[in-house]
Design a protein around this ligand. Structure first.
Ligand code: ADP
Ligand code: MG
Length: 696
């Protein structure tokens, strides 16, 4: 293997490259613009663009693209070559600052939820200079935001950058109160752990459900599943290992610090985590990681499944969004400190997060809602649909002591008075931490575990940044006008604990008791996307996003529409694929098995009337009644799908898919799975769960 330090970031126009290649003054001016979040001067942009182009051409690039993240959830790119004609009929390689800063893709087919009237179909892309340009497949990719001409965000990056600005602004107010004049910027950081399945491509290609939907719509439970837990952290097989090696090297070249890889709980399931980064860069990197995971798989005869629930009865895939807040001076604000003052600041930020999660449970739930993730949340393998915070025993005890004004019963028996005493050191050991919690404090960061594996982490982090920004704003409003800072701070922390401790839960989130307890505490339990999404457009949440200038009201409404439409479309496609599989593949397979059995029985009878053909009769009779039932249910499903057009609003349509269409799909599947267990293997048109999951 090549030396990691030689290849790491070799395809990235990063700070080091810029320092080396840009004239000193340009480099300085460029850095200043970024630090102060100012627009780039055209003359600077021209120099940067030219240097970027030269660097890219040296690396073999011929094209450039503004790489952006429309609301489809994947990334988009439109390639243009650097070639520019000269009057003498030749060409030169050219790339101007104008082209670097702004692009104008004809993007009329990207979803806009009604934001962009078709007559002004063109949106524009604007460079995000805080995320480095990189080369992928001979193309210089420039991370950009994507907006309509009226300035409305049509992508996932613009609101993310706005939310980062919101939390920066409010956290700076708090830091100022604590006397931190040395800090000039606060950023949120994210480390997303990505789960995925790798399966044999030849087998995957034989299944329309996997090809079109990324998940199986049928499939009987295999005799062996994940019950032995023999896959978790097990030895990695050679060809999987070769895949992972290439994936790692590809990601390293792109400056993505993929660090860990291990087998997950389910057979054929794996995980990759990078070292955390600033939120917008982490988001870009995660998108690239998913793209490379899929692309490289093909080379090894593998298919990478990123779906939240590829196989019923087998653990699904999530994405753990590790999130924290840190200063440009390198201080993690969610890390308990050593001095009384640091502890007070930590407790203030911690309670801000607790209050945020309690008051905006709905938005956090909305941020992870999708048809795919509905299969996961609330099943006994992933966090429930109920949002709560895990703090661990030590920290919970500290908060309880603060609230009651009691002596904190730690070994040293320290009386807790914020800003006066040092908090006991919290154990950093993570071995006993609660893996069932949807939102867990893990020593110096929070881990949001409800995110689905296919998601862009943009959405969840937009919500996290904005809701915490709001709480910090409220805290700053109180503290800035107080005449006794320490007293107000004490009261604020104490009252926040009292008012929001209902969101703290350290027990088993998978248990039924918790569902009951959460209800008693008045916590939300939004079981599906259809139930969750309407909260996105509540007055409270529109007020929040518009106050912090993260979304305009029309941006929120358009996103709500896109998400709901996406839900409906997903279920609709899955239902149509199911019908096709039943009609074109499953029914013919059953018929031919029934025919062969019947032929066998007739042949036997011709040989001797003594044969009673019990075997053939029994299987044929079971299969006949099951396939009749399959046929009836597929008719029902067809009729239900016709009924969609009678549902007059988007919400009612979503509800119709959820409560009418989806249950009949599940019934249809149950019958088909029963049939699969009875039909001879060579007749069954699909690779089975067992073959798919245990072939790698
Ligand atoms: P586990 O699987 O036990 O949760 P991992 O080591 O796989 O732990 O993942 C932890 C993730 O959290 C890594 O991506 C890591 O970079 C990230 N992380 C660590 N510190 C921070 C931080 N301050 N902010 C954001 N993410 C962080
Ligand atoms: Mg984790």
């Amino acid at each position: 293997m090549s030396n990691i330090s030689d290849i790491f970031g070799s395809m990235v126009f990063n700070d080091q490259v810029m320092k080396e290649r840009l004239p000193k003054d340009t480099y300085k001016a460029f850095k200043k613009c970024i630090e102060n979040d100012q627009l780039l001067d055209r003359s600077i942009a021209d120099v940067v663009a030219n240097s970027m182009k030269d660097w890219a051409i040296e690396k073999g690039a011929t094209h450039f693209t503004h790489w952006f993240q429309p609301m489809t959830g994947i990334t988009a790119e439109k390639h243009d070559s650097f070639i520019s004609p000269t009057p003498d009929g030749n060409v030169i390689m050219e790339f101007s600052g104008k082209k670097l800063i702004k692009g104008e893709p004809d993007a009329s087919s990207f979803p806009s939820g009604g934001l962009r009237a078709t007559f002004e179909a063109r949106g524009y892309t604007a460079w995000d200079p805080t995320s480095y340009a990189f080369i992928k497949d001979g193309t210089l990719c420039i991370p950009t935001a994507f907006c309509s001409y009226s300035g409305e965000a049509l992508d996932k990056k613009t609101p993310l950058l706005r939310s980062m600005e919101a939390i920066n602004c409010q956290a700076m107010r708090i830091l100022k109160l604590f006397g931190h004049t040395e800090v000039s910027r606060v950023n949120t950081t994210v480390g997303p752990e990505q789960e995925y399945f790798l399966i044999n491509k030849d087998l995957a290609d034989k299944r329309k459900d996997l090809v079109y939907c990324g998940r199986t719509l049928f499939g009987a439970k295999p005799p062996k599943g994940q019950e032995m837990d023999d896959h978790y952290f097990g030895a990695i097989k050679p060809w999987i290992s070769a895949y992972m090696k290439e994936l790692d090297e590809t990601l390293w070249k792109l400056g993505i610090s993929a660090t860990t890889k291990h087998n997950e709980v389910a057979p054929s399931q794996h995980e990759l985590a990078p070292i955390f980064n600033t939120t917008n860069i982490a988001t870009d990197h995660n998108q690239l990681t998913m793209e490379m995971m899929k692309k490289i798989a093909g080379k090894y005869g593998l298919t990478c499944l990123l779906h939240e629930k590829p196989f019923a009865g087998i653990n699904g895939s999530g994405k753990h969004n590790n999130w924290s807040i840190s200063t440009n001076t390198g201080v993690n604000l969610l890390e308990p400190g050593d001095s009384p003052q640091e502890n007070a600041q930590f407790l203030l930020l911690l309670t801000a997060v607790i209050k945020a999660v309690d008051e905006y449970q709905d938005l956090l739930r909305v941020s992870v809602a999708s048809a795919g993730n509905d299969h996961r949340l609330g099943a006994n393998e992933a966090p429930p649909a109920i949002v709560s915070v895990f703090l661990g025993e030590e920290l919970t005890n500290v908060l309880e002591a603060i609230e009651s004004g009691n002596i904190y019963d730690h070994k040293a028996k320290i009386e807790m008075e914020i800003g006066v005493h040092v908090m006991p050191r919290l154990p950093k050991d993570t071995t006993d931490r609660n893996r069932t919690s949807p939102f867990a404090f893990t020593g110096n960061k929070f881990e949001f575990r409800m995110v689905g594996s296919t998601f862009s982490v943009s959405g969840p982090n937009i919500v996290l940044n904005t809701i915490v920004a709001e709480e910090l704003a409220q805290f700053a409003d109180i503290l800035e006008t107080s005449s006794n800072f320490t007293k107000s701070l004490n009261e604020l922390i104490k009252n926040t604990i009292t008012n929001h401790k209902r969101i703290i839960f350290n027990g088993n989130n998978y248990s039924n008791e918790w569902v009951k307890e959460a209800e008693k505490r008045g916590l939300l339990n939004l079981n599906s996307t259809v139930e969750a999404l309407p909260y996105f457009i509540s007055d409270k949440n529109i007020k929040l996003f518009t106050k912090h200038k993260v979304f305009t009201e029309s941006e929120i409404r358009s996103r709500y529409e896109i998400l709901m439409e996406n839900y409906c479309k997903t279920i609709n496609i899955e239902a149509l694929i199911m019908l096709e599989m039943v009609k074109k593949e499953i029914i013919p397979a059953v018929c031919s098995y029934i025919k062969d059995l019947s032929d066998t029985a007739i042949a036997k009878k011709t040989l001797s009337a003594d044969f009673n053909c019990e075997l053939e009769k029994s299987i044929v009779s079971k299969l006949s009644s099951l396939s009749e039932s399959l046929f009836r249910k597929s008719k029902n499903l067809e009729e239900d799908l016709l009924g969609v057009k009678n549902q007059n609003s988007l919400l009612v349509q979503g509800q119709y898919y959820r409560y009418t269409v989806f249950p009949i799909m599940q019934e249809l599947r149950a019958v088909a799975d029963e049939i699969e267990l009875l039909v001879g293997e060579k007749y069954w048109p699909y690779p089975t769960y067992g073959q798919i999951l245990f072939s790698n």
